[in-house]
Design a protein around this ligand. Structure first.
Ligand code: ADE
Length: 242
């Protein structure tokens, strides 16, 4: 998979050189290109922003440096399929595990995180001629810029690329995969720790019983902590039983 991340803070993405995503890069499973947006701003101060048309607070990113940077990305893309352009924004569609799964199947992702009050709307309209454009939010809160959202999305997507995670079984059991239930609680040694014992059933060696206990924990947790996911799960169960 190829990923291009364009930003005025490309060093922000260096955290992706650590751990499993870093290894995936070194193993050739992932090519992560960091691009400095200011390299495509050709005025004296390499400025990438300007005042909002119509008035209002803050600054808006100019569309031209983005278009020039994206044209460079396109020029070096030899794949037959259109790359996907992801624009992080709190006003986008919500990034979920389903979206991560879908994007993990793409060959080439390009991330365009804005700063300030966002990017001139015309950039995404122009880009739609060349890319599959997705405006994505990682949750209902506002960040100072889209870079940290890019890090979140790249990590969630690339760990699903075959070979990035050694043990693919651990993917299947995780929260938000499959049925959309939360994960069951996990324990390790010692069996007694600061006055609390691990649940007895986990020491029983009875695999069927353990599986049943874990399942109950998943259901209970989801119902209590995430009523929204629980409602979806109940509807899916009802439909399956019809
Ligand atoms: N930029 C600012 N806030 C954001 C959010 N919640 N998701 C994605 N990009 C953002």
């Amino acid at each position: 998979m190829r990923i291009d991340a364009i930003s005025i803070f490309p060093e922000f993405f260096n955290v992706l050189d650590l751990s499993l995503i870093g290894k995936a890069q070194r193993d050739g499973l992932l090519q992560l290109n960091r691009i400095q947006l200011r390299d495509y701003a050709f005025d004296r101060h390499h400025s990438v922003d300007d005042t909002p048309t119509g008035g209002g607070a803050g600054m808006v990113m100019k569309p031209e440096p983005w278009a020039l940077a994206l044209e460079d990305v396109l020029a070096s893309d030899d794949a037959a399929v259109r790359p996907t352009l992801i624009i992080p924004t709190p006003s986008g569609e919500v990034f979920t595990q389903r979206v991560a799964e879908e994007l993990a199947g793409r060959q080439h992702l390009v991330f365009a995180p804005g700063r300030f009050e966002g990017i001139d709307e015309r950039m995404s309209h122009w880009a739609a001629e060349h890319f599959d454009v997705r405006r994505m939010s990682i949750g209902d809160y506002v960040l100072n810029g889209g870079e940290s959202a890019v890090v979140v999305m790249v990590e969630a997507i690339t760990r699903l690329v075959p070979g990035v995670i050694g043990n693919s079984e651990s993917l299947a059991e995780e929260s938000h995969s499959g049925e959309g239930l939360l994960e069951y609680p996990v324990y390790t040694k010692p069996a007694q720790w600061r006055g609390e014992a691990v649940p007895e059933v986990l020491l029983s060696g009875d695999h069927a019983k353990i599986a049943q206990w874990r399942r109950e924990q998943q259901l209970q947790r989801t119902r209590k902590i995430r009523p929204d996911l629980w409602a979806k799960y109940v509807v899916a169960q009802e439909m399956a039983n019809e």
